[in-house]
Design a binder for this molecule. Sequence first.
Ligand code: PLP
Length: 427
Amino acid sequence: MTSIEHETTADVLARRAQYVSGGVSTPRLVVAAAEGARVTDREGRTFVDFAGGIGCQNTGHRFGPVVDAIHRQADLFLHQCFMVGVYEPYVETCRLLAELSPCAGPDPKSILLNSGAEANENAVKIARAATGRPAVIVFDNAFHGRTLLTMTMTSKVHPYKAGFGPFAPEVYRAPAPYPYRGVTTDDALAGLAKLFKSEVDPQTVACVLLEPVQGEGGFVPMTPDFPARLAEVCRSHGILYVDDEVQSGVGRTGRVWAIEHYDAVEPDLLVSGKSIGGGLPLAAVTGRAELMDAVPPGGLGGTFGGNPLSCAAAVAVLEAIREPGFLARATALGESLRARLDELAARHPGIGEVRGLGPMLALELFEQSPDRARAVVDAAFDRGLLLLSCGLYGNVIRLLPPLTIADEELDEGLAMLEEALAAGLAG
Ligand code: PLP
């Protein structure tokens, strides 16, 4: 054993403070192990995980088929670079994404990348190449990533944008529906129509990007008719519809893709990420061949995009989550979770709304300030529950447990959540 293995949480946090950039925000947790819906720290204390590495563990930590696939691939080769030598796990991941594609048009193809932000950047490149147009429309409360273009597309100044300008050009923002805070579908579409009058000619717009359930922005599901009405606006102007499912996809809402909850919408491009790699970095852009082949060879790619280990894991994840049993369990989890959160909301007046889609659920606190949500997250940690907040005002508590969580673990987590709410909302 090395001396590092003997270090306590306090030792590691001290070294973290010394050697790791302060620009990365980190909690008090130092992880030693994780399995299913449990995380264990250096001192052997276990936590029920309602954070899932920010939505990357829909199949649970160390999901058996993922770990086996990684081991098998590790025994064959690690890095290859798809641009140097084609390998089967990359192709198989794209084949599965084609089978599961919710996109419009025939012959879906994909490109694999390392992160959600990189995939969104590539979706914009593809949309621009396919349409010959420069502009991009995004929405209030959006989160699309932290790179220069995706940070520009993201809708929150602190901490994502402050001090990082100048921003990328040709990005325009429209309102998004948010019924709890008074923005209806009609309001949002009126805002878009006004944007076309005041800021950008729709004939110059390559694409819109929209999360069907806005993730970092507060777990705000789009209203039932918004995606279809937006798609109609897009069709009338020749604008492509990009569906950012980095957080809402891969079974998170009880369907493979959240957009499947919305009738009559077939996006042109789908962006996936997070849970698709089962814990390894992977993201993808998927769309009909005509769009995906609009970029000449060499225009897309990257050294590590679709690395063999991530692809082996993704094949195992996609095969697991497409199973009706997996999705039915996720849907049932969503129903029981929502009933329990409704009960909590009835008991705690500080909770303004319970909302979400399937098991992608959150509690928005009435007060538009991060303080109480922070206090709840802290109190949850003290009790052994990992929880995350989100939202423009940081006042939304989101739940991202593995969809494979056992009933007893869910009960345990919810009991700690209730205590944490009582502590955090007191006074
Ligand atoms: N898009 C959405 C909807 C996300 O939630 C995120 C990350 O939270 C991203 C894009 C960026 O993904 P990544 O952090 O992998 O770059």
